[in-house]
Design a protein around this ligand. Structure first.
Ligand code: URA
Length: 189
């Protein structure tokens, strides 16, 4: 599928029950030729209303985190979620929802072909890396995501919504962003 076909497939998706309660699908936003992809968990209420990922308070913090490494959702980054539809009451995605939705994310990664994927939060990290490991054990190292014959480096960090509740961990997130910047710079050499 190319970008238009993928956008159309997501917009009309009925592969799981979330299609019954969503207001909008949330495909993703940003630079289709980005060198970074940011992957979050699932749309919340604001994202469901507006059809764009990370537009609430957590999104403002994510934008600030990206700005700290010279990037933005308009330049150098494509932002997507594991799930394209909002789980009611912001409950965690079910394993079945993740399984049904993950081919869309995989195709997005193939089409963007980024130098680096930054995964925010435990749920997204566990889904993307197919693991049950804790975020504490996943951060601070470089993982790999296989897409389209390539092995893309993955760095895991805290979800911005968690950082809003736990500002003391912002220093660790900053270290993760610096690791991500180092990895993508070395991919260019
Ligand atoms: N949290 C996410 O993981 N994704 C969004 O798009 C918004 C909040």
């Amino acid at each position: 599928m190319d970008w238009p076909a993928l956008r159309e497939a997501v917009a009309g998706c009925r592969l799981c029950g979330l299609c019954e309660s969503r207001r909008n699908t949330v495909f993703g936003v940003g630079d289709e030729a980005a060198s970074w992809m940011v992957v979050g968990e699932a749309p919340g209420a604001d994202e469901d209303r507006l059809g764009e990922p990370f537009v609430g308070r957590a999104g403002q913090l994510l934008d600030a985190m990206l700005a700290a490494v010279g990037r933005s959702r308009r330049q150098g980054v494509f932002i997507a979620n594991v799930l394209k539809c909002r789980p009611p009451d912001n409950r965690n995605p079910s394993p079945e929802e993740i399984e049904r939705c993950s081919p869309y994310l995989r195709r997005q990664v193939e089409l963007v072909a980024p130098e680096l994927i930054l995964v925010v939060g435990k749920i997204a990290a566990q889904a993307l890396l197919d693991t049950e490991a804790s975020i504490a054990s996943l951060r601070g190292q470089v993982h790999r995501y296989r897409a389209g014959g390539a092995e893309i480096p993955v760095v895991v960090t805290y979800h911005p919504a968690y950082l809003l509740r736990t500002p003391l961990d912002k220093g660790k997130a900053w270290a993760d962003l610096r690791l991500a910047a180092r990895i993508s710079a070395s991919a260019r050499r």
